[in-house]
Design a protein around this ligand. Structure first.
Ligand SMILES: *[C@@H]1O[C@H](CO)[C@@H](O)[C@H](O)[C@H]1NC(C)=O
Length: 484
């Protein structure tokens, strides 16, 4: 028998090629917005609201949501993570990680999955570069939730990700490698409810679609491997255990990856919670209990809290739905964007621009990506309504930027997106601008390289919205004011 360590080593080099995600990001932190009732096509914002807050101010609205998990920004003051665990990122890092995530999503949608010999070779060469990368935590999303795993249950903070399926956490004995995480690393042998999954079980073969990699086998235990866009990865045993979401939301026999070889910083998080559409995601695994319905709200400020809720109970009444399209792969949630309004004016963008690119909603991409033709129309319309403010240099991928340093408050046009089924969604002011200090505040949308690239509705633009995923019902809903 091959010792499991060396098998894992071999397998991990196989798995280095595949990608999933990236993300990061500080977005605009802002406070109260004062709207002038007469001017409902504009938001008026106080400049002080552009400064980040260093104290955690939990959203009373989200916090009161019964039976939901609290969602916090990974780099905000509400995490329990120590500062050396989660180094603040520069704006350049935020956007370069974000671009890696976008690139990896695109490659997952366009490349075929089988691991070929050529890829194995590539994988080996890319492995050599891993230590040089800061691990840059691409796999580290902006938002995390804390769940309980095993018996007795251990708390683990996981990155919240609608763009991937497999849930995994680092596991002792970390046969090859574990990165440093905030909470103690999960010890499967200390959990009375943990079981390894056998290589011959059908759930083991489900890993192929959930991870993009064919599972391996070690001493008859199923071995998974998943690789993210920045060369971070997790490889280990596929197991099942009891997952405690909240005191009354418990999933017995939850299948997850017990990582023995984990690389990347993942920002001190213990692993990842896969909320994608594939059969192994938590959404699918808990389908009997929650009917493939979940909802979340991402807070407006990194110092606020949002929620993640499973099941239909408690969805607000004002939520408007748009059909879910299944043409964007087995993991992603596809939506159809139809129109964009800026300051009450509908942009003239041919509907074929959006139907050609397609669009997904993703919790891990920071900045919404639009086909260049659509972005250009958006930027032009925004600029036309912002002529009273001096423009300034681009901020990485954001090219429509203003210097607000001479102002105490600013008036910006509202932006709304109209989704299939005529579902109009107003973007919160925190989703319109991204501030790098008050002297460089930019329109928080970016263009793809090509009109054929998939559009992505990112997490900055989802802030404060209650987002409801009803997978069996084939729809996604948006409600305003889901959290503060
Ligand atoms: C799971 O399987 C692996 C490989 O066979 C083994 O090393 C490990 O001890 C098993 N873990 C548990 C908790 O049974």
């Amino acid at each position: 028998m091959t010792p499991s360590n060396s098998l894992i080593l071999v397998l991990s080099s196989f798995f280095l090629f595949f990608l999933v995600l990236a993300r990061e990001g500080h977005t605009l932190d802002r406070g109260e917005e004062e709207e002038q009732a007469i001017d409902h096509h504009y938001h008026t914002l106080e400049l002080s609201s552009f400064l980040p807050s260093s104290t955690c101010s939990p959203s009373t609205k989200g916090g009161k949501k019964k039976g939901s998990l609290e969602v916090v920004h990974k780099h905000g003051p509400c995490t329990k993570f120590s500062e050396d665990m989660v180094k603040p990122l520069t704006v350049e890092e935020v956007f370069s990680h974000d671009q890696s995530r976008v690139d990896s999503i695109r490659s997952r949608l366009t490349t075929s999955q089988p691991i070929t010999t050529t890829r194995k070779k590539d994988a080996k060469s890319s492995k050599a570069t891993i230590p040089a990368k800061s691990g840059s935590s691409i796999g580290s999303g902006n938002y995390i939730v804390t769940v309980g795993l095993g018996t007795p249950k251990k708390d683990l903070s996981l990155i919240f990700d609608t763009g991937s399926d497999l849930t995994w956490t680092q596991c002792q004995p970390c046969a090859r490698s574990c990165y440093s995480q905030q909470e103690p690393i999960f010890v499967p042998s200390a959990s009375t409810t943990y079981t390894n999954i056998s290589c011959t079980s059908t759930v083991c073969s489900g890993l192929t679609s959930a991870t993009g990699n064919t599972p391996g086998c070690s001493s008859s235990t199923c071995v998974y491997g998943i690789q993210y866009g920045d060369q971070s990865f997790s490889v280990g045993f596929f197991g099942k255990d009891k997952l405690t979401l909240t005191s009354k939301d418990i999933i017995d026999d939850f299948y997850f990856g017990c990582g023995q070889n984990n690389q990347g910083l993942f920002g001190g998080a213990a692993g990842l919670l896969g909320l994608g559409r594939d059969q192994l995601s938590i959404v699918s695994q808990a389908a009997k209990k929650y009917g493939k319905v979940f909802s979340y709200c991402l807070p407006s400020r990194s110092s606020g809290t949002g929620y993640l809720n499973f099941g239909a109970g408690g969805a607000a009444s004002g939520v408007k739905f748009t059909p879910l399209s299944s043409s964007q792969g087995s993991s992603f949630y596809g939506l159809d964007l139809e129109y964009i309004y800026v300051g009450g004016n509908k942009l003239s963008i041919s509907p074929t621009v959006f139907s050609t690119s397609g669009m997904i909603i993703d919790s891990g991409t920071v900045i919404t990506r639009l086909p260049p033709t659509a972005y250009s129309a958006l930027s032009t319309a925004f600029k036309a309504q912002m002529t009273q403010y001096p423009m300034t240099k681009a901020l990485s991928i954001l090219d429509t930027c203003y210097d607000f340093s001479k102002f105490t408050s600013v008036k910006i046009p509202k932006i709304s997106l109209v989704w299939g089924g005529n579902t109009n969604v107003d973007i919160a002011p925190q989703g319109i601008l991204y501030a790098n200090g008050i002297s460089q505040v930019c329109l928080a949308f970016a263009a793809n390289g090509d009109d054929s690239d998939i559009g992505i509705f990112g997490n900055t633009q989802q802030k404060t919205l209650e987002v409801v995923y009803d997978v069996n019902g084939g729809k996604v809903g948006f409600g305003s004011g889901g959290c503060a």
